[in-house]
Design a protein. Structure first.
Length: 162
C-alpha cells in the first residue's frame, strides 16, 4: 500500500524492545544538543552508552506504554518537516536548528511539551545511568554497595485489612 497510514488495518504493536535504526539516530542527535559535555568536567557523552541505556529502559516498559513512546519519537522526528518549515527530519537538521526545534517543542502545545519532556528524560536516564558519569559531579555510587548492605530484594506491598 502506498499510504500505509491511511490503511484501515490496525498496526500491530512492536513487540521488540530493541530500538530501531531511526530511533537510535533520533536519540543520538537529540543527546548531541541536549547533553553538550564538551568543555566541561563531565564524562564525554561519546564514552557513555546513552542509547544502549535507553534501550534498557524500553525493556522495562509494558507494551502499550512502549507503543506510545515510539509514536512520540516518530512525531518528534517527522514533525520538523512542517514545524518551522525545515522540510527535513529532526535528525538531518544542523545542531543549531535541532536546538531551536527542541526549544520550540518545549513551548508548544501540551502534546509537544510532553514529547519533548519524554525525550529529555530518556536521554538523561541514558547518560546518568552510567555511574562513572555521576562521579564527575561527586556521586560516589549506590550507598548500599559502599556500606556493604546486602540486597534482600523488593519488599512486598502493604496489605490493607478487609
Amino acid at each position: 500500500m502506498l499510504l500505509h497510514g491511511c490503511s484501515d488495518e490496525s498496526a500491530a504493536p512492536l513487540a521488540s524492545t530493541k530500538l530501531s535504526a531511526q530511533e537510535r539516530e533520533l536519540l543520538e542527535r537529540f543527546a548531541e544538543v541536549y547533553l553538550p559535555t564538551e568543555g566541561t568536567s563531565l564524562k564525554p557523552r561519546s564514552e557513555v552508552p546513552v542509547v544502549h541505556n535507553i534501550e534498557h529502559a524500553f525493556s522495562l516498559m509494558d507494551a502499550p506504554t512502549l507503543e506510545q513512546v515510539r509514536i512520540g519519537l516518530k512525531l518528534f522526528n517527522l514533525g520538523s518537516i512542517l514545524i518551522g518549515l525545515h522540510f527535513a527530519r529532526f535528525v538531518h537538521l544542523s545542531a543549531e536548528q535541532r536546538l531551536a526545534y527542541v526549544r520550540k517543542w518545549e513551548e508548544g502545545v501540551e502534546v509537544q511539551r510532553g514529547i519533548s519532556t519524554l525525550l529529555k528524560k530518556l536521554v538523561c536516564y541514558g547518560y546518568w545511568k552510567d555511574i562513572e558519569a555521576g562521579r564527575a559531579i561527586g556521586y560516589q555510587g549506590p550507598i548500599s554497595e559502599a556500606s556493604g548492605i546486602v540486597s534482600i530484594g523488593n519488599a512486598p506491598m502493604p496489605v490493607t485489612p478487609s
